[in-house]
Design a protein around this ligand. Structure first.
Ligand code: PYC
Length: 334
């Protein structure tokens, strides 16, 4: 069996888009196709993004047929431990991949509308390789949850940006790439303890991503470190995480509608975001812009006698689970 994929990175964070050998997941709504993928094709997820062909940082994507008239394609994203709700860096990678294949225009102003399991998103081609994503409606569900880490107390906001995030600024840590191990340990502890609190709140969804913030360098408003569900950290500023941040800034009244927010990543790459009013007073529609570059055109081979042809279970992802809301971004706005 062989599969064809295009690799890219978005501001440092890799995406692998399956372009040949995409399985038939049925032709129903994207959330239903996503459930079929979870149930019947988890081996394909592992084969694509886990070792020995992939690695823990890699996010995979698959374009799907859609019955909706106003969208170009359906899409699902997945990583070393499961399927993600939405992925903004992945959307930018998918659009760059489609440009590389001459399937969509690279002309500024052109748009690509995609249907994800948690709602529709629209990418607009910008100048100088920039691609801007209008993300799903985002909101903050909880403000300042007190979290006892043993050696300190921190406060976490919980917000939806297409995935569920715990966002912490009062952690006291230096956010630098050489400290990724320490930051990973702290974020895992925050995730576990925030989820302990959330379990006791009726209707609250657990978080699967954790985001630490510190002041940015140069003209960046902020620098972040984002721990993903499979315990890899995002090399980009994380688009769904930046969306969650914009929802918190909007709820707090510290960033006005339409004002730009430059979010810097742990490696110094950047997304520029802004928000507009959402369908309810609690929700915002985030817009996130960044760039992606093609890094490979792959023919992936699965030899029938290879005991690891379907990939290894991720060794570092043991506590990584991804929570899927059946109602997507609209539940538990408070
Ligand atoms: O950019 O939304 C994002 C993302 C989610 C996980 C990794 N990147």
């Amino acid at each position: 069996m062989s599969l064809q994929a295009i690799d890219s990175h978005t501001e440092g964070e890799p995406t692998r888009v399956l372009v040949g050998g995409v399985p038939d997941l049925g032709h129903g709504p994207v959330p239903r196709q996503a459930e079929t993928f979870d149930r019947e094709y988890d081996h394909l997820r592992r084969a694509l993004v886990c070792e020995p062909r992939g690695h823990d940082v890699l996010v995979g994507a698959m374009l799907l047929p859609t019955t909706k008239e106003n969208v170009d394609a359906g899409v699902i994203f997945f990583n070393n431990v499961g399927r993600l709700g939405m992925c903004v860096h992945g959307t930018i990678g998918v659009v760059r991949t489609l440009q590389h294949l001459d399937r969509v225009s690279a002309t500024p102003g052109a748009t690509v509308r995609l249907d994800t399991p948690v709602g529709e998103v629209e990418a607009t081609i910008g100048e100088a390789g920039s691609i801007s994503v209008e993300n799903v409606a985002s909101h903050r569900s909880h403000r300042g949850i007190e979290v006892d880490l043993g050696d300190r107390i921190v406060h976490a906001d919980v917000a939806w940006g297409g995935n569920w995030f715990a966002l912490v600024s009062d952690h006291g840590e230096t956010i630098s790439a050489d400290r990724s191990r320490e930051l990973t340990t702290i974020c895992s502890r925050i995730r576990e303890r925030v989820n302990r609190v959330l379990t006791s709140i009726a209707g609250a969804s657990p978080v699967d991503h954790v985001e630490l913030f510190s002041p940015g360098t140069g003209d960046a408003d902020s620098r972040n470190f984002v721990l993903c569900p499979g315990n890899a950290y995002d090399r980009s500023p994380c688009g769904t995480g930046t969306s969650a941040k914009l929802a918190c800034l909007a709820a707090e009244g510290t960033l006005g509608e339409g004002r730009p927010w430059i979010q810097e990543s742990i490696i110094g790459s950047r997304f520029t975001g802004w928000w507009q009013s959402g369908p309810t007073p609690e929700q915002v529609i985030p817009h996130i812009a960044g760039r992606a570059w093609i890094t490979g055109e792959l023919d992936l081979v699965m030899e029938p006698n290879d005991p690891f042809r379907n990939g290894l279970f991720s060794p570092s992802g043991v506590d990584g689970t991804i929570h899927h809301d059946t109602e997507g971004s609209t539940d538990h706005a408070s």
